[in-house]
Design a protein around this ligand. Structure first.
Ligand code: PLP
Length: 358
């Protein structure tokens, strides 16, 4: 604390991202990055952009990228907003749609950036306790005073809520915004994007960080009724005219257009996820049904934090949350088959040489 700090700075509790270690020998299964590189067309597009024009500002309206995203989702440009990672899009959405004095709701086990934004923007919030099986208690989100936000599939649980549940929440919040953070939707059954024309209170946020292998480029986007998109644009233009640089715009356009590469990558990750889930269950882990590129698993005879620590010593980084009710779970990002074989080798060694709780 410092006497020069504003009220705002004093009440912030910044988000702590997963560890990013420099050691290239470490297998990183802790921040849900895609193990596959982006489409070669992305790197080509970035190189072409790099060859010239960096002396010029990028497009302040990002029309072309918004058009490409809209086309992919059967929408028009006016339904799409883009930002510097979906984290920025989420922050702008908190500013645009949530208000001090009106409590918003999100799941108690969820993306830990939500309470950070809420504190930053002085928005009160209610954390909704999940059902025992980590599914969303849909009715507890009805008639919220200030709005609703939740990831679908949820993180870090990996559990997906069917569209019928999403519709129930939308219909029971007719005068409040419902933000659905679809960071992992490309690994799941179905996006709520088709509901945008029906529900003017729906805002969907997606990212290119996970399914499109572009965590390093920082591109996220929102989709919703043009009135909502206009609100986001007003916030952005009151803050920074150019949130996306030329390289990010060029790379993101190429990524969204290369549907073959995208479909291929998704299939590979899902295939590995199903194999990893079966292998974990064989070792006695309880694994939540995942519709993401990670699994959330616990073993009744092993302390998750010990497994995390021992795996880290062996060069495998997974994520452990010191949070009551999930502190015996590990979140493991799906890597390549080779990554996961290595993971199981180390895990088996640990389980064979250390003591379980019984
Ligand atoms: C990864 C993630 C994000 C952030 O993605 P970026 O686009 O990289 O900022 C947002 N929400 C959830 C639930 C995530 O897991």
């Amino acid at each position: 604390m410092n006497k020069f700090w504003s009220e705002t700075v004093q009440r912030t509790e910044p988000y702590v991202p997963g560890e990013q270690l420099d050691d290239p020998t470490i297998i990183k299964l802790n921040t849900n990055e895609n193990p596959y590189p982006p489409s070669p067309k992305v790197t080509d597009a970035i190189s072409r952009e790099l060859d010239h024009k960096l002396n010029l500002y990028p497009s302040p309206t990002t029309d072309q990228l918004r058009n490409e995203i809209a086309t992919y989702h059967n929408l028009s440009k006016d339904h799409v907003f883009v930002g510097n990672g979906s984290d920025e899009v989420l922050a702008f959405s908190f500013m645009a749609f949530f208000e001090p004095g009106k409590p918003i709701r999100f799941p108690a086990i969820s993306y830990s950036f939500y309470p950070v934004y809420a504190k930053l923007f002085n928005i009160p919030y209610e954390e909704i306790i999940l059902n025992r099986d980590f599914t969303l208690p849909v009715e507890d989100f009805f008639q919220s005073e200030g709005g609703v936000i939740f990831p679908n599939p949820n993180a870090p649980t990996s559990v997906y809520l069917e569209l019928s549940g999403v519709i129930d929440i939308l219909e029971n919040n007719p005068n409040q915004i419902v933000i659905i953070d679809e960071a992992y939707i490309d690994f799941a059954t179905e996006s709520a994007a088709s509901l945008i024309h029906t529900y003017e209170n729906l805002l969907i946020v997606q990212t290119m960080s996970k399914s499109r292998s572009l965590a390093g480029l920082r591109v996220g986007f929102a989709m919703g009724n043009p009135n909502l998109i206009e609100a986001l644009i007003r916030i952005k233009d009151s803050f920074n005219s150019y949130t996306l640089d030329r390289l990010a715009i060029a790379g993101a356009e190429a990524a969204i257009k290369d549907t073959d590469y995208f479909t291929d990558t998704i299939e590979k990750v899902i295939h590995t996820r199903e194999w990893v889930t079966a292998e974990m269950k064989q070792r006695g882990f309880h694994v939540l049904p995942s519709q993401t590129n990670f699994i959330f698993a616990c073993h009744y005879n092993w302390i998750a934090e010990d497994l995390y620590t021992n795996l880290k010593k062996d060069g495998i980084l997974v994520r452990h949350f010191k949070k009551p009710s999930i502190d015996n779970y590990l979140r493991v990002t799906i890597g390549t088959d080779e990554n996961m074989e290595d993971f199981f080798k180390k895990l088996d060694k640990i389980m064979n040489t250390t003591k379980s709780r019984n």
